[in-house]
Design a protein around this ligand. Structure first.
Ligand code: EPZ
Length: 431
């Protein structure tokens, strides 16, 4: 099986081009179900999750053309030279099967759009996950409010809306990112007005709102996490550049600080990373906005310990928790991380401990005694963000680290080894 081998100890120095956001790309691609017109997307990252979603959409009937370095892309100042066209004119199927949905939960978001446009959908329940139970009850309760009849049969959600969906007031019991996006897409083609309160306001949800409005939707947001959607009879084609991946940018900022380096992150938005960057400054790193990005530096500085709690945006993102933990093994003192989004997102802890970290778990709290000298080891990736925290630990450690189950990394980090080795890291893929 393919592994990643790292020889640690080299400070990262240089610049990194940040790719388009995975978690914005996925729902935006799924919005293609809402129209028979063409969508043109720039800045999609090259990731296995994107390829899997392409497959799911093609099974439904989409025609997808993924261009590389086309003249059109270059003229549009498209940063990674990719432009994707998606058109779903006629459906071949209204099903999303277990094989795909269990491997990528975001594909569950096809449910709302299919139901809204075709009045029927059969989508596999996603099942368990390495970071928590991750139920879909909020998605299903919201769709029922919009008038869907829902049955669960042999592990599949079978949803019908014989007379189409009707707008409703939906109050989410938790600020679920996926449920907000699923319900918002469904409501775009429902009759009348839908209000979603306690909605997710993650930057990726905002990018989806911008995109849906370009397609002809009528969506407004109020400051208190409420989304108003006036349903439309149909949506049309649109052209959009996917926002930069704030989690990828945050990951490289943290990796830079852990190795005592100096890195410029290009093509990213510091506003979407306000709290993580502020916390990097609080523990002693330098962070400065540049033209189209961020300069991060940690030269000859002792890092201070800190307490962090993961929360919905604008709180600290759970998707950067594992990476920050790897960094805090290097702080001078005891740090605490409270994981409040997922109940089982500490799978990286035992692997970090195998590398010499001193971390104790107490329920949803991790207590990290810093000042550890990490030593390279053979470690196992368990999920996307856990695996990149092991990369950060490996870059910081003395000697060789070999990370198994690299396919987790390929789901969410475009050209990871190339971007890191361009900054001086010794990192390669081995078989
Ligand atoms: C999105 O997952 C992201 N995925 C995750 O990114 C991210 O960690 C998460 O939001 C939180 O920010 C995508 O955008 C594709 P949620 P999502 O619904 O939508 C509970 C990554 O590494 N919940 O906001 O699935 C749930 O169990 C990933 O890129 C219910 O109880 O997350 C969790 O505790 C992984 N019932 C909390 O809400 C529901 O019906 C937040 O989950 C739905 C969610």
């Amino acid at each position: 099986m393919v592994k990643i081998r790292i020889i640690g100890g080299t400070p990262l120095e240089g610049s990194i081009q940040i790719s388009g956001s995975k978690n914005a790309s996925l729902p935006i691609m799924i919005a293609s179900i809402l129209t028979d017109q063409e969508l043109i997307l720039d800045n999609l990252p090259n990731l296995s999750d994107i390829s899997r979603l392409e497959l799911i959409l093609c099974n439904l009937g989409a025609v997808i053309e993924r261009g590389k370095n086309s003249q059109a892309s270059i003229n549009q100042n498209n940063t990674d030279g990719s432009r994707t066209r998606i058109k779903l004119q006629e459906f071949l199927s209204l099903n999303a099967d277990y094989e795909n949905v269990s491997k990528m939960r975001a594909s569950f978001l096809v449910l709302g759009p299919l139901l809204a446009r075709e009045k029927f959908a059969k989508v596999s329940m996603p099942g368990g996950c390495a970071i928590g139970t991750r139920p879909v009850d909020i998605h299903l309760d919201g769709l029922k409010k919009l008038g869907a009849e829902i049955e669960i049969e042999k592990g599949y959600v079978i949803a019908r809306a014989r007379n189409g969906l009707t707008g409703a007031n939906i109050n989410l019991k938790k600020q679920s990112v996926g449920a907000t996006q699923n319900l918002m897409m469904a409501a775009c083609l429902a009759r009348g007005e839908t209000t979603i309160s306690n909605a997710s306001m993650e930057p990726e949800t905002k990018d989806l709102i911008i995109f849906l409005n370009k397609m002809g939707a009528n969506i407004e947001v109020s400051g208190n996490n409420t989304i108003f959607i006036q349903g439309q009879e149909r949506l049309g084609g649109a052209n959009h550049k996917i926002m930069a991946d704030r989690i990828e940018a945050g990951t490289y900022a943290i990796a830079c600080c852990a190795t005592g380096g100096r890195v410029t992150l290009n093509n990213c938005d510091d506003e979407t990373l306000e709290l993580p960057l502020r916390l990097l400054q609080e523990i002693g790193c330098n962070v400065r906005k540049t033209g189209d990005g961020i300069l991060v530096e940690n030269k000859n500085k002792e890092l201070s310990p800190i307490e962090i709690t993961t929360q919905p945006y604008p709180g600290f993102p759970t998707d950067l928790q594992a990476q920050f933990m790897a960094l805090l093994t290097q702080a001078k003192g005891v740090s605490i991380i409270n994981e409040k989004i997922f109940e089982n997102r500490f799978m990286h802890v035992q692997e970090l401990v195998r590398m010499g970290a001193n971390i104790i778990l107490d329920g949803d709290k991790a207590i990290i005694s810093g000042n550890s000298t990490l030593i390279g080891a053979q470690v196992m990736a368990t999920d996307l963000r856990a695996s990149v925290s092991l990369v950060i630990a490996g870059l910081t450690a003395i000697g060789e680290t070999v990370i198994d189950r690299v396919y987790h990394l390929d789901r969410g980090f475009d050209s990871l080894e190339k971007k890191l080795s361009n900054c001086g890291a010794i990192i390669e893929r081995i078989v």
